[in-house]
Design a protein around this ligand. Structure first.
Ligand code: MLT
Length: 411
């Protein structure tokens, strides 16, 4: 008899964005003419930049020629992409990395979801609350989260660290033993950042307590302020304790193309049952070579174009476009008297729902009265209740129209 992985039965409801899509579809079937504006899931809307497009075309041409055709590539990614990543994303910031420390993949969601596999089943996981749901759900699937407690609305095996307006969204260090710490900066969903000093506290904590930090930096390209760290490796000692995830999805409009990378430094160790230190780089390499066959050559050629001079200029324009939307949303909502956070170094605006509405009540109000889809804060965790997330990834026109509609609501 085939038995299921019972851990899956511990998952709560459906994946947040699937639930939102379900509600949107229901509304549309009941209101067929409704002109819905989606500022919910953080999905990009601008087309690929010209430098990337011509590089993708060149990749296709190579693949269509017998002499330059390629079959399986290295599971870890092609050297030409890895070298340019190291040069521009790290060396330019004074961080040295070896080629075998960078693993190209088809997305950060997969990598942050899969990384937990290389850690012990009994690892204690710490997440911020609110949090990107993949960190929690992937550990639930692995049986590391314990049971969901409907009263506390939390898994009893996970350590949640609250962030909210009262602590300026700056998480405190754990007060109980933890092994794995998920950090996401610039933060999804709150759009907030951590200063280098704050980040250093986490690195020092991880070094003192033999923890590993899983640092999701998918929104790094959106950092505007000078003093915000772009990589956790800007902090001394971080290579001993942190894995960093970066993505081309939000940086270069690759959500539908799929390319990302993960840095697993050689210095980074975790421990076996006898307390011997083991290089996590070897384990991740073993995992990837077994379960992953690499990102397509064409995609990697396209990703490499992001780093050319032309490519970098175009990416900057792309980021500026979305960040102008972010400022419009921030300023527009603030002028209505709403309390808004984020949107300065990230494409997400996190707002306090007006008049004490719950997150889902505000979702329904926006959907039914303004035909706007956003993301209820509570979908990211208990502490997200009473908050709501809007994305700056819409088109300029839709962002403008959404603000006009919100302006007309009685809030
Ligand atoms: C989000 O809306 O939070 C993101 O689109 C999720 C993701 O990148 O997977």
């Amino acid at each position: 008899m085939a038995k299921i992985n019972g851990n899956y039965l511990e998952l709560q409801g459906s994946y947040l964005f699937a639930e939102i899509a379900k509600r949107r579809t229901k509304f549309m079937s009941e209101n067929p003419g409704a002109d819905i504006i989606s500022l919910g899931i953080g999905d990009v809307t601008r087309p690929l930049t010209p430098a990337v497009v011509s590089s993708l075309h060149a990749g296709v041409d190579e693949m269509s020629n017998e002499k330059t055709f390629r079959g399986y590539g290295p599971e870890q990614g092609y050297d030409f992409l890895i070298e340019t990543i190291i040069e521009h994303d790290y060396k330019a910031r004074g961080i040295s990395l070896e080629k075998n420390e960078v693993f190209v993949s088809d997305g950060s969601k997969c990598d942050v979801g899969n990384i937990q596999e290389i850690f012990s089943q009994d690892s204690i996981v710490a997440v911020m609350d609110p949090v990107y749901p993949v960190y929690v759900d992937s550990n639930v699937m692995a049986g590391r989260a314990g049971h969901f407690n409907p009263e506390t609305k939390r898994y009893d095996g996970i350590v949640y660290i609250p962030t909210h307006a009262e602590n300026q969204f700056i998480p405190s260090l754990p007060t109980q033993k933890v092994d794995l710490i998920y950090l996401c900066y610039p933060n999804n969903p709150t759009g907030m950042t951590l200063s280098k000093e704050e980040l250093k506290k986490w690195v020092d904590y991880a070094r003192d307590n033999k923890c590993v930090i899983l640092y999701d930096s998918a929104y790094e390209a959106y950092i505007q302020e000078e003093d915000v760290p772009h990589s956790i490796y800007e902090v001394e000692g971080a290579k001993e304790v942190a894995i960093e995830f970066r993505s081309f999805s939000k940086t270069a409009g690759f959500t539908g193309v799929r390319c990302a990378y993960t840095v697993v430094p050689r210095e980074l160790k975790a421990y076996d049952e006898s307390g011997n230190a083991v290089a996590l780089n070897d384990l991740w390499n073993r995992r990837q070579t077994t379960k992953f066959n690499g990102v397509s050559y064409i995609t990697q050629v396209g990703a490499a174009a992001v780093y050319t001079e032309e490519g970098r200029q175009q990416i900057k324009q792309l980021v500026d476009y979305y960040m102008t939307n972010a400022k419009m949303i921030r300023d527009g909502l603030a002028s209505l008297g709403l309390e808004v956070f984020g949107g300065v170094n990230a494409p997400y605006i996190w707002l306090k729902t007006p008049n004490g509405l719950s997150s889902w009540e505000f979702f329904d109000k926006l959907l039914t009265e303004a035909n706007i889809v956003g993301t209820p804060g509570v979908g990211f965790g208990r502490n997200g209740e009473g908050y709501f997330r809007l994305t700056a990834f819409g088109s300029r026109e839709n962002t403008q129209r959404a603000l006009e509609r919100i302006n007309k609501l009685s809030l």
